[in-house]
Design a binder for this molecule. Structure first.
Ligand code: SAH
Ligand code: F3S
Length: 442
């Protein structure tokens, strides 16, 4: 068997796509290796959401140049969002690159590799498709490792956030047929998967583009009835599409975990307007209040961008304020970087100095660390259900799992608990994790 070395950057969608790449290339005779030096085929699944992510791609490719010089038959390919963004230009920029496959073209990869190997071609496939069948494989997804699995339910985004490259590199919204998704999750549950994470750039607008399928809340209801499955999560949602039905699902579906990632980006109405987010701060807060009303224990996380063009000190203060007002359990914060094809990069100069962005990012992180620590401390003494992921990074007999609210809990316990649901009592808390004691006799 030949060997495949695959490196993945970016979001969970890319991780799901990479699992699919490993599976498809496995059928084509490639076994995975974790040493690039041993590989016959090196693939890079890339992210271009921020400038830094894109730069990583070129430094990784630089490292592999020497391998290609030593071993001429080695095939190197780039896929994912940078591939989609650059297309042919990547081949010109990286002369030893053999193939480029876009975000809709994973199903073509086997054939492209063969073309490069046998004919010495440098194929590029970056077409977008309107028919969702490109997301389906002829052979059913085989058993996965562990108790958690990702399932892509839709791709692309029809929103027009002015900073975001995703609609350009993932295409327009396109939903997988509901029955395909349900069959995939039923199979996973039958293989022992207890938790699914439904993926999409904008999961709560699932179904809007596929007439005849279920709506997102209906899909959740149906998944909730799959036996063997214990937990449902999804990401990412747009605040505009957080409908009353979806809020109701949090109140009624026992398998839907009490956690929602709802990117707010900024607390300032004027910045939100320049970002073309399509909601005001008050509208966002109103949704949060309704959700907390129906599901008081829900944990919230969000994305924040600092240093968006023209962001004044006052506008930035509004972001600090909303963090205090909502009290998120966790946030992901980023410094703005202009991205190709986006509206913001065309009409607004990137005028917030780097040192100001850096200081704002630090302020956001510091404030959130305080809030997270305080909220985590409130959990001390509670008994929580966790799904055990496996051994914790800390070693020393420590295991790690997540609560339904997505908090990380470390606890001392035997390795055999991996993949099981257990009860722990929370005994200590830090900003990013909790310490638990296993409740025995379960
Ligand atoms: N709905 C999407 C969001 C994709 S981008 C999803 O599937 O997750 C993830 C986050 O990256 C965004 O929420 C935003 O906070 C950040 N981001 C996107 N474009 C950015 C840019 N140009 N500069 C800085 N951060 C950006
Ligand atoms: Fe990007 Fe906005 Fe869509 S952040 S993925 S354009 S909802």
């Amino acid at each position: 068997m030949k060997r495949l070395y695959l490196q993945t950057y970016g979001c969970q969608m890319n991780q799901y796509d990479s699992e699919r790449i490993v599976r498809l290339m496995g059928q084509a005779g490639y076994a995975p290796t974790d040493r690039a030096e041993d590989a016959d085929l090196i693939l890079l699944n890339t992210c271009s959401v921020r400038e830094k992510a894109e730069q990583k791609v070129y430094s990784a490719l630089g490292r592999w140049r020497e391998l290609k010089e030593k071993k001429r038959e080695l095939i190197i390919g780039v896929g994912g969002c940078v591939a989609q963004q650059e297309g042919e230009a990547l081949l010109r920029r990286v002369p030893y690159l053999d193939l480029v496959f876009g975000t809709h073209n994973i199903h073509k990869l086997g054939q492209m590799v063969q073309q490069a190997e046998t004919l010495g071609d440098r194929p590029v496939e970056i077409a977008f498709y309107r028919d969702p069948s490109y997301m389906e494989d002829p052979e059913a997804r085989p058993a996965v490792q562990g108790a958690k699995a990702y399932v892509t339910i839709m791709q692309g985004c029809n929103k027009v956030c002015s900073f975001c490259i995703v609609p350009h590199v993932r295409g327009r919204e396109i939903s997988r047929p509901s029955e395909r998704i349900l069959r995939e999750i039923e199979n996973l549950a039958a293989e022992g998967v207890k938790e699914v994470m439904l993926l999409g750039q904008n999961v709560n607008s699932y179904g809007k583009t596929s007439p005849g399928g279920l709506t997102f809340p209906q899909l959740l209801h149906t998944i909730n009835n799959i036996s063997g499955l214990e937990r449902i999560r999804f990401t990412t949602s747009h605040p505009q599409d957080l409908s009353a039905e979806l809020i109701e699902a949090y109140a009624t579906l026992e398998k839907l975990c009490e956690h929602l990632h709802l990117p707010v980006q900024s607390g300032s109405d004027t910045v939100l307007h320049r970002m073309r987010r399509g909601y005001t701060r008050e509208e966002y807060m109103d949704r949060i209040r309704r959700l907390r009303d129906r599901c008081p224990e829900v944990a919230l996380s969000t994305d924040i961008i600092v240093g968006f063009p023209g962001e004044s000190e006052q506008e930035f203060e509004r972001t600090l304020e909303i963090l205090q007002e909502v009290e998120y359990d966790e946030i992901y914060s980023f410094s703005y970087s202009p991205r190709p094809h986006t509206l913001a990069s065309k009409i607004y100069p990137d005028d917030v100095p780097e040192e100001v962005k850096k200081r704002r990012l630090e302020m956001v992180l510091r404030l959130q660390a305080e809030i997270s620590r305080r909220k985590n401390k409130e959990r001390i003494g509670r008994v929580e259900e966790i799904l055990v992921d496996g051994a914790a990074k800390l070693g020393r007999g420590q295991m790690m799992g997540r609560t339904r609210t997505n908090r990380i809990v470390n606890f001392v316990g035997p390795e055999e608990l991996s993949g099981r649901l257990v009860q722990v009592r929370i005994v200590a808390a830090a900003a990013n994790s909790l310490v638990g004691e296993l409740i025995t006799g379960q």
